[in-house]
Design a protein around this ligand. Sequence first.
Ligand code: UDP
Length: 297
Amino acid sequence: MRGTVFGIRKALAVEVLNSYTHAATKAGIGLAVALTLPIGDTDMSRRRMVYEGKAKVIYAGPEPGTLVQHFKDDATAFNAEKHAIIEGKGVLNNFISEYIMKHLNTVGIPTHFIRRLNMREQLIREVEIIPLELVVRNVAAGSIAKRFGLEEGTALPRPIVEYYYKDDKLGDPMVAEEHIAAFNWASPQDLDDMVALALRVNDFMNGLFLSMGIKLVDFKIECGHVYEGEIPRVIIADEISPDSCRLWDVKTGQKFDKDIFRRDLGDLMDGYTEIATRMGVMPEKSVARPTGPKLVH
Ligand code: UDP
């Protein structure tokens, strides 16, 4: 009973936050101001945190089988050796990931995304995370360029799918199908489903970004199981954002993704703002940023 009342109160609180954020956006309150609004400050402390990662926090959701995914401003690279707080990054990733996941759902590529709740949070389906990251590459960049001595920007003869085992302590090592099968990280069927999803996402996002004058160089996805009755089904989880994709301007080759932070190429928020603006999901065009990124030691 208590659970139900609490559940209703939580659902109500979420609705209030929702309308609050809507009102703020409608009233033209900028992102900088919206960021300082007490969204979650009071409510969040009463929620049950399920997991805290480098860039996101997961809370128990208002209904069974749901979770709330909260996007933080933390940026990390090189297995968290480099870390900064970049004000507003979480908000932009929330909007950008919403845009992509919503489109994927629309074309029948199943994702965990249900709806955005407020500036920093979205309601998602609870999944059993499969401990693998799948990277799809269209163009050589980052680790593949280094590994094979390829010049960054070289188009690959076909999309390449790679597997990485999700383990921060080990630095997410690249693994082969043999390892996945031997250590039972995913069944052959799961892996088959994940690769099929990854390639569908790649095809879809290539077109989506191209229509915005952006080249999809590579990206990473994570997947999880949901149960429909007894039958497990693999769906896309986590986020798809400039934190997990390489996105270059088609004409100039300018980078709009997390490489700006990894390689100290300038202001990360400029790149993310450009993507959000081209998608038409920027909360307000001129984003005032009260402070720059702060290095965390
Ligand atoms: N990526 C990610 N999380 C990781 C590692 C990689 O989202 O823990 C993304 C990265 O942003 C890029 C793609 O996966 O879009 C390929 O990354 P790569 O293997 O080249 O590694 P990196 O050079 O980023 O270390």
